[in-house]
Design a protein around this ligand. Sequence first.
Ligand SMILES: [Fe+2]
Length: 238
Amino acid sequence: MNEVNNVIVEPGVSGRTVYSNFDNPDPSVVASELSLLSIGDFEPLHFKIDCNQFMHEIAEFSNDWVDYLPRTDRPNNRKSLTLTNLPGKTHRDNPSLAQASVAAGRRLSENEFSEKTIVYDKCHSLHSLLNEFSPLGRTFLVRADMGGYFVPHRDHPQMPRDCFRIAVFLNNCSPTDYDWISETDKKLPIEMGRAYYINTRKTHRTISWVNDSTHLIINVPFTAENVQKVLGSLKHGH
Ligand SMILES: [Fe+2]
């Protein structure tokens, strides 16, 4: 165990007030935000991962998963494996932004977690997607066993923000195995292996009803170039 994995995030750390700076907004940031808003909240991209190949590639790391965001106030059944991390960290160093920020004594940027780990290198099934948006921000696998959940929350709701999110559902995320609920009542229609742009600024919650439910979270640096890449990668064009 390292110093980050030993950090227990106290209740309330992830419940901060949303803050946006509306003074002198960068026009390219506003245009990029509008572009992402216009495409929708859960949009399939043309990237489709071979889930069987991925599960074969990830098998050698089966003993390396670490607890993700352990809480002092409740049990939770979820683990992570890191594809990009802070400089000097490995795939076994927990990628939780909250845990790493507590350990560092300052609020870290998602984009500081940009060093590729051996898991990134070994997961060739993911490379066409990952390399498209490289260099990446904090990118990691989440494995939820039965009952593993994330309570309602928002990711990066402020403006400007340092990244946006792409997710891929890689194992046991079919409609009866796993729920990703956006806002209060929108259950996302997940296609296994499909990469999605997800508007995680909207409140969302997740829960797994089975073991070994695995998905990939990519924090893509929020740049006009990367937003253009999303627009150019939509499964459904005009
Ligand atoms: Fe989230």
